[in-house]
Design a protein around this ligand. Structure first.
Ligand code: ADP
Ligand code: MG
Length: 685
């Protein structure tokens, strides 16, 4: 993590050196004029009428037409407020917050009053809120306490083409809810051309297509394949700046690391004359909210902006002024292995639909150009037509627990738009059974209901529940909070040794979870010292985020009257609680493996088909204990375990009765378990 772009104060200082970018003409338009200039404006009456007369409506329009910002306002103006609030879901937190702020400005209120947002760990709404932007995950969570979502008159499932797992599950739930509550209105809003499919699913719902005002975009393919898409993309950006007329550049990259690297390169280049008027801006989901708005600052005459963005800029955020798009053709995507139950992130080629969306970003204000860092052949023959829906490549235990909780017993016959693979369903049911969240008949247990109260994945929820019994919830809450905010430590390229030395101060012989606990506790003692984080190479924003997560989890426990205890010196209680959530992730020290650079001890996972894995160099477990529990496997040159803690295998049969019959060695993979077979047979799996 590069501290230069992590704190907003510093990046503002960066801008000041080169003068703040002043406003351009467009911003002299009043907000009303801006609203009326959007393509969706002439359909305002049609939309209000269609929603009045139909339970389901599909709205399809180009990105930037005004769907997200205008639809909720039109519906409020059209009188729906009498029957309840208008909800608008977004797949991404960043988009929910950014768009809510924009709409609060348009509406003329303070954010959190009439217009508000709710995302995990951050609820900026009040009793006067009538337009509520929220992540799709939050709306799904609200279904747990109110199946028919009675406080809303209209629910807009926005960015439906993204097909996130939560939006897909909400499709099914809202279809059911609409049967039970005839006054409920559901709008499906989407950028690309799958409206027919949505319409068919929602009982042949009416489709409203809003033509966009798109300019032509010239597509430039590579003549031959590029081996290093990152450097090729950066060089393309630099060339555009030198050779092409005015207009901002949007360059798609796969994640925070790449984006920060790109930002650094442009910052360095900006010291030379020919690039002094090129300004880089990053945008990715984990970025602090205060800085995200900087990308909307319009460019001054003679200057050019380059935005390095993840997929977030593909459809969910519209940035004005883009004329050039650089598309390396890759995305970081979640994949899931139902056999091992492990989800991981991989950089893979995008789909054709994605490529077309990306190039479309260049044609909003004038004719534009899209530089694809791949060949036409690759586009035609190697890319899938559309992205595989997330529900077909995810661990489903979280959503299945939600569905079970709202009374959907027969998961296999749930009305999915595209059903997930059976193997994923079976593996999630098994996992929930092993966690004691489901009983032998596949019904949700009291433990399962309790787990559902926390906005965290079932493994973490189980860990937290057990910590209540083990009297160590104080520590476990902190550990969960710290695990939920990645990149606490940063390691600037030029100061790696010093950064590592400072990081070692927090090391703990028992493992990485206790190191995280150390970091948090020491920060709490020193947070008033303005230099403490900097001196320890810690990301202060992330620590504040962890503080918020912790506060939120604490308040959930306290609202249930749970007393919070600290383990004190009994560290093993904390280790056992971690085991209670992650008992599937156990590894045992293996024989020695010789590598050219020395001897590296490898581990074997405790699976039916054991995998050879290694301790990640960032772990503080140097002494190579015999048995460990881990949170993640990260695959780079080898398979590395991350976030690791030492365990005693004797704990396993205690904390995971359904999985381990004796001391960790004899493992029950459930296949032979009569009880579970009953469940599976009953569901025809
Ligand atoms: P859609 O959802 O159809 O893609 P939006 O409603 O998000 O379109 O955007 C409509 C217009 O509102 C955009 O073209 C942009 O000019 C403006 N806009 C959206 N979000 C912001 C923001 N955070 N700051 C400034 N302008 C914005
Ligand atoms: Mg939108």
């Amino acid at each position: 993590v590069n501290p230069k772009i992590v704190t907003s104060k510093q990046s503002n200082a960066n801008l000041n050196q080169k003068q703040q970018l002043p406003m351009i003409q467009r911003n002299k338009m009043t907000i009303t004029e801006q609203r009326q200039s959007l393509p969706i404006f002439s359909y305002r009456e049609d939309i209000i009428r269609a929603v009045t007369n139909n339970q389901f409506l599909i709205v399809q329009a180009e990105t930037g037409s005004g769907k997200t910002t205008q639809l909720p306002q039109y519906l409020i103006e059209g009188g729906f407020i009498i029957k309840g609030k208008v909800a608008c879901t977004q797949p991404r937190r960043v988009a929910a917050v950014s768009v809510a702020k924009r709409v609060a400005d348009e509406y003329g209120c303070i954010i959190g009053q009439e217009v508000g947002y709710k995302i995990r760990y951050d609820d900026v709404t009040s009793s006067s809120t009538i337009i509520k932007y929220m992540t799709d995950g939050i709306l799904l969570r609200e279904c747990l306490s109110d199946k028919t979502l009675d406080s809303y008159s209209v629910i807009i499932l926005d960015e439906a083409h993204e097909r996130t797992i939560y939006t897909d599950v909400l499709f099914g739930i809202l279809k059911e809810a609409a049967k039970k509550r005839p006054s409920l209105r559901v709008v499906i809003s989407s950028a690309t051309l799958n409206a027919q499919k949505f319409s068919k699913y929602f009982n042949d719902a009416k489709i409203l297509t809003i033509p966009g005002s798109m300019f032509p975009v010239e597509i430039k393919f590579r003549a031959s394949p590029e081996h290093d898409y990152f450097n090729a993309a950066i060089n393309t950006v630099l060339n555009i700046h030198l050779r092409e007329p005015a207009g901002d550049i949007l360059c798609f990259l796969t994640g925070q690391d790449e984006i920060e690297r790109a930002y650094d390169i442009i910052e360095e280049k900006a010291c030379s004359n020919e690039f002094s008027n090129l300004f880089a801006f990053p945008i990715y989901s984990a970025m602090p909210f205060e800085e995200q708005s900087e990308i909307f600052t319009p460019t001054q005459r003679g200057q050019r902006k380059v935005i390095f963005a993840t997929n977030i800029a593909e459809t969910s955020m519209t940035i004005d002024g883009i004329v050039y798009v650089v598309d390396p053709g890759f995305v970081k995507q979640k994949i899931y292995d139902a056999k091992t139950g492990i989800e991981s992130l991989m950089i893979i080629p995008i789909s054709k639909a994605s490529a077309d969306q990306r190039s479309g970003r260049a044609g909003r204000i004038s004719p534009g150009k899209c530089y694809r860092i791949y060949t036409e052949q690759a586009y035609l023959t190697e890319m899938l037509d559309s992205t595989v829906p997330e529900i077909q490549r995810s661990n489903l235990s979280n959503v299945i627990l939600h569905l079970k909780s709202i009374g959907v017993g027969d998961i296999l016959n749930f009305d999915f738009l595209d059903p997930p693979p059976r193997s994923s369903l079976v593996s999630a049911l098994k996992e929930l059974y092993l966690l004691d969240a489901l009983d032998e008949d596949g019904k949700i247990t009291t433990i399962g209901q309790k787990m559902n109260r926390f906005p965290i994945d079932p493994n973490y929820a189980k860990m937290l529940l057990l910590s209540e019994d083990m009297k160590c919830s104080d520590e476990i809450i902190t550990i969960i909070a710290m695990l939920s905010v990645p990149n606490i430590f940063y390691r600037p390229k030029k100061q790696q040794a010093l950064a590592d030395e400072r990081k070692n101060i927090f090391n703990h012989a028992v493992g990485d979870h206790l190191r995280l606990l150390n970091v948090y506790n020491k920060w709490e003692m020193n947070y008033t010292n303005p230099n403490w984080c900097k001196n320890h190479y810690l990301n202060e924003n992330k620590l504040y985020e962890a503080y918020e997560v912790r506060k939120n989890l604490l308040s959930i426990l306290e609202s249930r009257g749970v007393e919070i205890f600290s383990a004190g010196k009994n560290i093993s209680r904390i280790q056992m609680a971690i085991c209670a959530g992650f008992f599937k992730n156990i590894a045992r020290k293996d024989s020695e493996t010789i590598f050219s650079r020395g001897t590296v001890k490898s581990y074997k996972t405790l699976d039916k088909n054991p995998e050879t894995v290694f301790i990640h160099p960032s772990s503080c477990l140097f002494q190579l204990p015999k048995w460990v529990v881990f949170n993640n496997i990260r695959e780079t040159s080898k398979k590395f375990l991350q976030d690791i803690t030492v365990i005693d295998p004797q704990w396993l049969p205690i904390v995971a009765k359904r999985m381990y019959r004796s001391t960790g060695v004899e493992r029950n993979d459930c296949d032979d378990l009569l009880a579970l077979l009953n469940t599976i047979q009953r569901l025809n799996l």
